[in-house]
Design a binder for this molecule. Structure first.
Ligand code: ZN
Length: 166
């Protein structure tokens, strides 16, 4: 048996980070992956505009008049993962590349998710994240950061040679 296989945490965080790469946001790409107690993926998402709200017609910028920024239009990765989910999220955990904002924390709590595993907490200390943590604490949703070491996963070394079209 192989010994260097990746952990469940690495697997699902990897999928979350991969999902983030689908985002059209030029500044912040976030991915989320919701997993059941049986290690089944039940929801997945990244930050983007709602269906039919075109990336070509709506703005991705962060500054200016409210209607000219992304803020009124964007659906966060966690929200998308919850909205795209295939079943009950009660007792599930969510892997996110960035600590959830206060709006997403409310969605996470109300959906029944019980654990948040995050990669980055770069907005720690902002009011949004402080409010988020206060609510998660009060609701007994636990959260933990994945060690940076575990985020580094080498891929590609087992791709069959024949499948390469050079
Ligand atoms: Zn959010």
């Amino acid at each position: 048996m192989r010994q260097d296989y990746i952990s469940w945490d690495q697997y699902f965080m990897g999928i979350s980070l991969m999902s983030a790469m689908r985002s059209k946001d030029p500044n912040t790409q976030v991915g989320a992956c919701i997993v059941s107690a049986e290690h089944k993926i039940v929801g997945i998402g990244y930050n983007g505009f709602p269906r039919g709200v075109s990336d070509l017609d709506f703005p991705w910028q962060r500054e200016g008049e409210f209607l000219e920024t992304k803020y009124p239009y964007v659906v966060h990765a966690e929200q998308n993962a919850i909205l795209n989910s295939t079943g009950s999220l009660n007792g599930c955990r969510i892997y996110v590349s960035l600590f959830p904002c206060h709006e997403c924390a409310k969605n996470i709590i109300q959906s029944g998710i019980k654990e948040v595993i995050y990669a980055s907490d770069k907005y720690a200390g902002t009011d949004s994240i402080r409010a988020s943590k206060k609510m998660l604490d009060a609701s007994k949703v636990v959260y933990r950061q994945m060690p940076a070491m575990q985020l580094r996963v080498e891929i590609g070394n087992e791709i069959p040679e024949n499948d390469h079209a050079e």
